[in-house]
Design a protein around this ligand. Structure first.
Ligand code: GLC
Ligand code: MG
Length: 533
């Protein structure tokens, strides 16, 4: 795939790195840019085409980098701008694109813009953030809730007003209705694009614009006791406002001025709202993240339905994408179990659309139990004990069996699980049938096989634990057969023709097997089959 090819992001595979947890190079227990640089050969060996880095910018780390105090500076914890430039150059030399995390919805409360904004009511930057008077009784301006617990309004003594924060109080929301704010963030985008980064994953993009009148949000009639408290009200007026699409179109217009860049949107919305983020005539994000697999019930029918609904809803010309894990959601190996993690890999890498992998999923990393004293995630600290904590999916990459897993020479910022002494890259490299080598094989097959990248998705059947579909392109077809349960299944369908050949099994032990009209799937097995010529 040539650099500069406009559609590289369609054919490619993205790999998300959470920089704190990939590789520590300076022995402070926290991952850094030089560490990522050192591990580029590994990333390249996976066969992925692009890396997305969670935030590496100057930050007080209240939300581990999603609270930025300087958008064009590297946080010293991660290294220097020289380290970044070296990483970017090395990534490009290795044929890897590099995507940065853009966090335009909010800054840190220590960002100089906010420090100015809060200093007085008539400061020129006052309107860069969202300030409102208290209610008559001193109460919050409306009933909006923070995603991380409590009211979304923080009272500021100095000027006697509240400011709005959709997340932590240390993350005040910028006012995207203010053209100066837009211009400032667009300058940030240009700064990184000029350096040669290949695009942005835009944090909480559906939050950017809020209701102009700040109306109260309605209660959520479907709130389930025990779920996070912010779910008690809907976000009807605080997110997903129609004007947000104008902003995204501006961002896209900006990135379009550069060669072959991509705009990815982080969006947790129901399907029909998600599609709007492709924009009018596809002038929005090229990849509004599709998170449907993160929360699906693991059954053939549910998955087929999700794929079918998504495929049907896509606007004309819009390119699909699929995500199986990220730094905010429980690890896939824990959601579906270690056996099904291999089947999930086959699903992700054979669906139509760009896959995004989350670091460590390729070695089957599971949620790590975090002792109360080790909790770092502010969400868990604010809303304890109901399982919202995100530390368990952000633990250090398990490179080898040494005490800190080859991640660091010292105690890492989050613990490694005990089983990392077996479950690690070094062991799995040596094991030809490991999940790591399964990922590599699947990625290599996907790249070598036009139906898997560009082919249509054609459902065949979804019954019980069996999910069957076909990818086909210019007369060539690949059949995907996934057993989503532990019991064997004998698949007899006209789709499996006499003489069909197994391309790969998730157990990596059936390549080249010829089928005589029946496909015997073992429990927890997925296979790719090609029809006879
Ligand atoms: C996004 C990030 C998450 C962060 C939040 C606030 O959802 O993925 O990690 O806490 O935005 O910035
Ligand atoms: Mg370090």
């Amino acid at each position: 795939m040539a650099q500069g090819c406009e559609n590289w992001w369609r054919d490619g595979i993205f790999y998300q790195i959470y920089p704190r947890s990939f590789q520590d190079s300076d022995g402070d227990g926290v991952g850094d840019l030089a560490g990522i640089h050192r591990r580029l050969p590994y990333v390249k060996s996976l066969g992925v085409n692009a890396i997305w880095l969670s935030p590496i910018f100057a930050s007080p780390m209240a939300d581990f980098g999603y609270d930025i105090s300087d958008y064009t500076g590297i946080d010293p914890l991660f290294g220097t701008m020289e380290d970044f430039d070296a990483l970017l150059a090395a990534a490009h030399d290795n044929g890897l694109k590099l995507i940065l995390d853009l966090v335009p919805n909010h800054t840190s409360d220590r960002h100089p813009w906010f420090v100015e904004s809060r200093s007085s009511r008539d400061n020129p930057k006052r309107d860069w953030y969202i300030w409102r008077d208290p209610g008559a009784d001193g109460s919050e301006p409306n009933n909006w809730l923070s995603e991380f617990g409590g009211s979304a309004w923080a009272y500021d003594e100095t000027t006697g007003q509240y400011y709005y924060h959709a997340f932590l109080a240390q993350q005040p929301d910028l006012n995207w209705r203010n053209p100066e704010v837009r211009a400032a963030i667009y300058d940030v985008m240009r700064f990184w694009l000029e350096k040669g980064v290949d695009g942005f994953r835009v944090d909480v993009i559906w939050h950017l614009i809020k209701d102009a009148e700040f109306r109260d949000n309605p209660p959520n009639p479907h709130y389930v006791e025990g779920r996070p408290p912010n779910e008690k009200i809907l976000t009807q007026y605080s997110t997903d406002q129609p004007e947000v699409h104008d902003v995204i179109a501006e961002m896209r217009h900006l990135t379009n001025a550069y060669d072959a860049r991509v705009l990815i949107g982080e969006i947790y919305l129901p399907l029909h709202r998600l599609m709007a983020y492709y924009g009018n005539d596809l002038t929005g994000a090229q990849m509004p993240f599709n998170f449907a697999l993160l929360s699906t019930f693991w059954s053939a029918r549910s998955i087929e339905k999700i794929v079918e609904d998504y495929e049907k809803a896509l606007p004309k010309g819009a390119w699909p994408n699929w995500v199986l894990g990220n730094h905010d959601r429980p690890r896939v190996a824990s959601r579906v179990g270690p056996e099904q993690a291999r089947v999930a890999a086959m699903l992700l890498l054979t669906l139509r659309g760009t896959p995004t992998l989350y670091y460590g999923d390729e070695i089957g990393m599971h949620q790590v139990a975090i002792a109360p004293d080790d909790v770092r995630d502010p969400f868990e600290k604010n809303v304890p004990g109901i399982g919202v904590g995100r530390d368990g999916c952000r633990t250090p990459m398990q490179w080898d069996s040494s005490p800190a897993g080859g991640f660091s020479g010292t105690r890492p910022w989050l613990p490694l699980p005990e089983d990392h002494i077996h479950e690690n890259v070094a062991n799995f490299e040596a094991d030809a049938r490991s999940i790591l080598n399964l990922y590599r094989r699947l990625i290599a097959l996907r790249k070598a096989c036009p139906p898997l990248v560009s082919g249509d998705y054609v459902p065949i059947s979804a019954q019980g634990d069996l999910l069957l579909y076909r990818r086909q392109f210019e007369g060539k077809a690949v059949i995907v057969a996934l057993n989503l349960g532990p019991e064997p299944i004998a698949v007899t369908t006209s789709a499996i023709r006499f003489g069909s050949e197994i391309l790969i099994s998730t157990f990596l032990d059936r390549e080249g097997e010829r089928l005589e009209g029946v496909l015997d799937l073992r429990g927890n097995e997925g296979v790719l089959v090609v029809p006879p010529h």
